[in-house]
Design a protein around this ligand. Structure first.
Ligand SMILES: [Zn+2]
Length: 253
């Protein structure tokens, strides 16, 4: 952590100490979700193709301010529509990729609402059900605001979700090829098997010339293959949340 990140860290720590919405997880087998933040066009092309090859679907946390950017790395309306029509989930990441640790709650709320307006222009009637915090930044006010709008909000804290989880601060495992090895990912999958937990993987671009917050198609496919060969069920975040909510009152023996 650098000095500039200290305010973000303190605000997030305070938010998660003082405002949570805990859900008890009682799964009888583990779950995995593959998620993409922002998300670069390669997530809609290369990564989606790999997911569908293994009959899996993903969740795209989109900031619609990134739609049709001129540098050619961003997705189009057609990419969004096609992903949705094929069973993938589109979820919210604010329109302008707002860092709530540096912004105010009014701008944050506006950016969440604007993202919703934009998606409805592309897919009329579509409602985002789940959220991920840009830069993993969280405050008490942002968590309170999101609690009434979404089933879940994903942070960037590393870990497997199991036991009592804060639905407004889901843990995640990043798929950054330069900092995660397939062996480490496999050990986390084993942990999910033991705990009947839920792993929410996240990455950004999935391409041969990936940057530090992404991975190559071969790395991504190795993880999807590992998950499916282990017999672990893959669901979108939305479907996984439904399963968890349906089973939250299950009796334990
Ligand atoms: Zn982001």
């Amino acid at each position: 952590m650098t000095r500039r990140q200290i305010p973000k860290y303190i605000k997030r720590l305070w938010a998660n100490l003082t405002y949570t919405d805990q859900i008890e997880m009682h799964l009888d087998r583990p779950l995995v979700s593959f998620t993409f933040d922002d998300a670069p066009r390669s997530a809609f092309n290369e990564a989606r193709e790999i997911l569908e090859k293994y009959n899996c679907r993903g969740t795209y946390y989109v900031s619609l301010g990134f739609l049709n950017q001129e540098n050619g790395t961003s997705y189009s309306s057609q990419d969004l529509m096609s992903a949705w029509e094929n069973g993938h989930e589109l979820a919210c990441h604010t329109k302008n990729h707002i860092d709530i640790s540096k912004s105010n709650i009014t701008d944050f709320k506006e950016s969440v609402a604007e993202n919703h307006v934009q998606i409805q222009k592309i897919i009329p009637g579509y409602n985002f059900k789940n959220f991920s915090y840009p830069f993993g930044a969280q405050t008490v006010c942002s968590k309170m605001h999101l609690s009434g709008l979404f089933k879940s909000a994903r942070g960037n804290r590393s870990g497997v979700n199991h036991g009592s989880i804060d639905r407004l601060n889901l843990k995640t495992i990043r798929l950054y090829e330069d900092s995660e090895s397939p062996d480490h990912i496999h050990s986390i999958l084993m942990e999910a098997l033991r705990s009947n937990g839920w792993i929410v993987f996240y990455t950004h671009g999935v391409e041969d010339n990936y940057i530090e917050d992404g991975c190559s198609p071969s790395f991504f496919e190795s993880v999807v293959k590992d998950v499916t060969e282990m017999g672990i069920r893959v669901e979108t975040v939305d479907r996984a949340m439904d399963i968890i909510l349906e089973n939250r009152f299950a009796l334990t023996h």
